[in-house]
Design a protein around this ligand. Structure first.
Ligand SMILES: Nc1ncnc2c1ncn2[C@@H]1O[C@H](COP(=O)(O)OP(=O)(O)OP(=O)(O)O)[C@@H](O)[C@H]1O
Ligand SMILES: O=C(O)c1ccc[n+]([C@@H]2O[C@H](COP(=O)([O-])O)[C@@H](O)[C@H]2O)c1
Length: 190
């Protein structure tokens, strides 16, 4: 079996936006990954869980956003497993299924300072290499090893998209066109 370098971009994707797509593409190119999987969580492991819409809609929007890129895929492990989506549990499953894969877990710079709070972080570090992507003024200080990549900073978040829709503002170009149409047709975030 061929050894593969696989990127994992975990998130709630509520909804997916161009920030996610740009960081996935940059990680793929800069680290010469074979593929990047967008991995929607079922229940985010944070204590203050976000108000995410149904998994089905989040998954449909990811599929619409990545459909033209062969090097992007969707990893459904957390949705299929249900419950709280601890990355350690997920990566144990993925490593068992694909022992030859080398995993790069891509996270926004804002997440890096939060790593010490992740479930079984030390064990998780033996399963993945964390890839940090700068996001509005985060620091590069970390207790744990993080491979930083330089990416043009894009100050877009799913929160911004949801808030814009609620206040009737335009989100054109912030999400792919097909995602925009899906959001409108399904009256999401209104
Ligand atoms: N614009 C961005 N630049 C860099 N990293 C990002 C960006 N948007 C999201 N990320 C990272 O992508 C991963 C998944 O993000 P998530 O789905 O939670 O989106 P979000 O925009 O942070 O959502 P929310 O505003 O709802 O918290 C996280 O590691 C997050 O830090
Ligand atoms: O496993 C954990 O303890 C843990 C704690 C916080 C975040 N994560 C994962 O990090 C990814 C980004 O999280 P979020 O909340 O920014 O969407 C997502 O895949 C989460 O499951 C994982």
């Amino acid at each position: 079996m061929k050894h593969k370098k696989i990127g994992i971009l975990g998130g709630t994707f509520n909804p997916i936006h161009i920030g996610h797509l740009v960081i996935a593409e940059q990680a793929l190119a800069q680290l010469q990954l074979d593929k990047v999987y967008f991995m929607p969580d079922f229940i985010p492991p944070h204590i203050d869980a976000k108000t995410a819409i149904a998994a089905k809609d989040r998954v449909n929007m990811i599929n619409l956003a990545i459909e033209n890129n062969d090097q992007f895929g969707i990893e459904m492990n957390e949705i299929e497993r249900g419950g709280k989506s601890y990355s350690y549990d997920t990566m144990i499953n993925l490593k068992k299924a694909h022992p030859m894969n080398e995993y790069y877990f891509i996270i926004g710079g804002d997440m890096v300072s939060y790593l010490p709070k992740w479930y079984r972080i030390k064990d998780l570090l033996s399963l993945v290499t964390f890839v940090g992507v700068d996001r509005q003024g985060n620091s590069h200080m970390s207790k744990y090893p993080v491979k930083w990549i330089k990416v043009p900073t894009i100050a877009i978040s799913s929160t911004f998209i949801r808030d814009s829709i609620k206040s009737n503002k335009n989100i054109i170009y912030l999400v792919p066109d097909k995602v925009l149409t899906y959001i409108k047709e399904h009256h999401l975030y209104e």
